[in-house]
Design a protein around this ligand. Structure first.
Ligand code: G4P
Length: 531
C-alpha cells in the first residue's frame, strides 16, 4: 500500500463546530487558527462587533453568505494533523444546508456557553450528529465569566442530549478565579497566565503536577478545597472514558476553557487531534442497491457533492460544486465516473479555500473538500468515483415548513428570474414549484425557514438584477403525491404543485388535513419527505 497516501489520510481531521449562536464558535475557530500559526494575532473578534452594529438586515445576510462563500471548508496544518474545518452556517434558521455540511464531517466539536448550558440550536445540531453517528467532543466555554455549577452542566448535557459525558479535564476555579485545568489522566495541571489583550496572543502556560500544586499552597485554600472535592466526586461518580465509546458516539469527552482568553484552548485542540477520527469507511450502495463499504485508504478516489454554490465569483458567474473526498487520492483534472448520469466527467479547476482565497488544488486526499467548477451538471448528493458502480447514501431532504408565491416585479426580467430561480434551486436552499391550480402559472418556493426566502430575494436582486415580490402562503406542510394528480381533489385549504422533475407535491396547512384529504381521495398515497 502507498505509505504516503496512508499517512496523509491518517492525519486528516475533518469536522464541524456546532453551537448555539454566541456560544463562541467563531472565537474558538479563530483561536484554532492562532494556535495553528495561521494568524499571528486574533483580532477579528472586536472588528466583528462594529460590523454587527452598523449592518442592515441585508448586509447581515451578505455577511452570513460571506462566511459560507469564503470558508466552505478551511484547511490548515495543526502540528502533525491536517485540519479541515467545515463551515456550518451560523444563522438561527436551521436549514438543510447545515445538515448537508454535517454529512461531510467525520466528527463534531460542540461548544457550550457555561452560563447558558444546552440551548435550542445546539440541541438540533446535536441530534443530527447523533443520527449520523458522528463522534462529538464538547468544549465548555466562557469559564472566565460566572457560570452554572459544572456538575449541573454535565447533568444537563446528559439529560437533554442523552449522551454520557466524561470530563477529560477539570477547571481550577471559575469566573475571575479560573486559573487552570487539571488533566485527569496525567494528573498534570496547566496553570494560565494572562495572555495578550482579549486573547489576541497565545496564553502562557505553566505545567505543574497536581500533587505539587495541592501541597505548595500555590492556590487559594477555597479553590483548593473545592477542586479536591470535585475531583473526588468525579472519580467516584463520573463516567469512564474510552476511545471506542467516544467513536461510537456514546460518550462525549468534555473540556473546559475560555476561547476569549485562550485558557484551555490549546490542550483542547491537542486532544482533538489525538482523539478525533481520521477518515474511515463509508457506506455506499451498488447498482443493485446492496450495501458496500468504501475504505478511505484502500479504495481509489471517490467523493460526493454536498454543497453547490452559484455566483461565487461575480466576474465569472460560475457555480461551484463542493465535494467531500471519501476515499483515495484526487489529482487535478482527474476524469471520473459520474454515477447518476453514467457519464465520464473531468473535474476541472479544482479549488480549496483559505479565508477569502481560492487556491488551486493539485492533490487532495480522503477527508479533504475540493470545489470544482459546475457547468450545471452536478446536483447535491451526486457521487463520483474512479471505477463507478456505486452511490453514497443520499442526502435526505427536509420537509418544507414555509411556502410563498414569487414573481419578478418587472415582467421584462422574466428570463433572468427563471435562470436565477433555477440556479438557486440547484443549490438546494429552496424548492421551486409550479402551482397546479387551474389557470395559475404561479411560481412557488418552499423552504425550511423564512431566512431562506430573504436570502433568495436578496440574491435574485444582487446576482441576477431581478427585484421580486414574495408573498408567504398559509401552507406549512408538504408531502409527495402517489397517483394520477389529474384525478386528485385537494381540499379548499390545500393545493397541488409540481417540482422541476415533474413530481407532484400536496401543500397543506394543518397536520390533520393529510388524513382527511386521503379519505376524500381513496386510492392515493402521500409520501413524507425523508429526514
Ligand atoms: P458564535 O460564533 O458562536 O456566534 O460566537 P462568537 O465567537 O461570535 O462569540 C459571541 C460573543 O461571545 C462575542 O462577544 C465573543 O467575544 C464572546 N466570547 C466568546 N468566547 C468567550 C469566552 O470564552 N469568554 C468571554 N467572556 N466571552 C467570549 P461580543 O460582545 O458579541 O462580540 P465581540 O465584541 O467580542 O466581537
Amino acid at each position: 500500500m502507498d505509505t504516503q497516501l496512508t499517512t496523509e489520510i491518517a492525519r486528516r481531521r475533518t469536522f464541524a463546530i456546532i453551537s448555539h449562536p454566541d456560544a463562541g464558535k467563531t472565537t474558538l475557530t479563530e483561536k484554532l487558527l492562532l494556535y495553528a500559526n495561521m494568524i499571528r494575532t486574533a483580532g477579528m473578534v472586536r472588528g466583528r462587533k462594529a460590523a454587527k452594529t452598523v449592518s442592515s438586515d441585508w448586509m447581515q445576510i451578505e455577511q452570513e453568505r460571506g462566511i459560507s462563500i469564503t470558508a466552505s471548508a478551511m484547511q490548515f496544518n495543526y502540528h502533525d494533523c491536517v485540519i479541515n474545518v467545515l463551515d456550518t452556517p451560523g444563522h438561527q434558521d436551521f436549514s438543510e444546508d447545515t445538515y448537508r455540511t454535517l454529512t461531510a464531517a467525520d466528527s463534531a466539536v460542540m461548544v457550550i456557553d457555561a452560563a447558558k448550558g444546552v440551548e435550542a440550536q445546539t440541541r438540533k445540531l446535536f441530534s443530527i450528529c447523533r443520527l449520523r453517528g458522528i463522534p462529538i467532543m464538547t468544549f465548555i466555554n466562557k469559564l472566565d465569566l460566572p457560570s452554572q455549577d459544572f456538575f449541573d452542566l454535565l447533568a444537563e448535557l446528559e439529560d437533554v442530549l442523552g449522551i454520557k459525558t466524561s470530563p477529560l479535564n477539570w477547571p481550577v476555579g471559575s469566573g475571575k478565579d479560573f486559573i487552570g485545568v487539571v488533566d485527569r489522566q496525567t494528573q498534570q495541571v496547566l496553570l494560565f497566565e494572562k495572555a495578550g489583550v482579549g486573547g489576541s496572543q497565545k496564553a502562557l502556560v505553566e505545567n505543574v503536577p497536581l500533587a505539587e500544586l495541592l501541597q505548595h499552597n500555590r492556590i487559594p485554600e477555597r479553590i483548593r478545597e473545592q477542586l479536591l472535592y470535585e475531583l473526588e466526586l468525579l472519580d467516584h461518580a463520573g463516567n469512564p472514558f474510552s476511545l471506542e465509546s467516544f467513536l461510537a458516539g456514546e460518550v462525549t469527552p468534555v473540556f473546559f476553557g475560555s476561547a476569549l482568553t485562550n485558557f484551555g484552548v490549546e490542550t483542547f485542540f491537542d486532544n482533538f487531534c489525538r482523539l478525533a477520527p481520521a477518515p474511515g469507511n463509508k457506506v455506499a450502495y451498488d447498482s443493485s442497491n446492496e450495501e458496500v463499504q468504501i475504505d478511505a485508504i484502500a479504495d481509489p478516489f471517490s467523493a460526493y457533492v454536498f454543497k453547490i454554490q452559484a455566483n461565487m465569483d461575480p466576474k465569472h458567474r460560475d457555480s461551484m460544486a463542493f465535494m467531500r473526498i471519501c476515499s483515495g487520492l484526487f489529482e487535478r483534472d482527474l476524469t471520473v465516473k459520474h454515477h447518476r448520469s453514467g457519464k465520464e466527467v473531468r473535474l476541472s479547476r479544482s479549488h480549496a479555500m483559505f479565508g477569502g482565497d481560492r487556491n488551486t488544488v493539485d492533490l487532495a486526499y480522503a477527508g479533504d473538500i475540493v470545489g470544482v467548477i459546475n457547468p450545471g451538471f452536478f446536483a447535491i448528493g451526486d457521487t463520483v468515483s474512479m471505477g463507478g458502480g456505486f452511490n453514497y447514501k443520499s442526502i435526505p431532504k427536509f420537509p418544507p415548513e414555509i411556502v410563498a408565491g414569487i414573481r419578478p416585479l418587472d415582467v421584462l426580467n422574466r428570463k433572468s428570474f427563471d435562470k436565477g430561480l433555477q440556479q438557486l434551486s440547484d443549490e438546494g436552499t429552496v424548492l421551486v414549484l409550479n402551482s397546479l391550480r387551474s389557470g395559475s402559472n404561479e411560481n412557488l418556493v418552499a423552504a425550511v425557514g423564512k431566512l431562506q426566502f430573504d436570502v433568495l430575494q436578496f440574491r435574485l436582486e444582487s446576482e441576477y438584477r431581478v427585484r421580486t415580490k414574495l408573498e408567504v402562503l398559509p401552507y406549512r406542510y408538504g408531502a409527495w403525491l402517489v397517483g394520477d394528480a389529474q384525478n386528485f381533489k385537494p381540499t379548499s385549504s390545500s393545493m397541488l404543485a409540481q417540482d422541476a422533475s415533474g413530481r407532484v407535491i400536496l401543500l397543506y396547512t394543518q397536520e390533520w388535513e393529510r388524513k382527511y384529504v386521503l379519505e376524500q381521495n381513496p386510492g392515493f398515497q402521500l409520501l413524507d419527505f425523508q429526514y
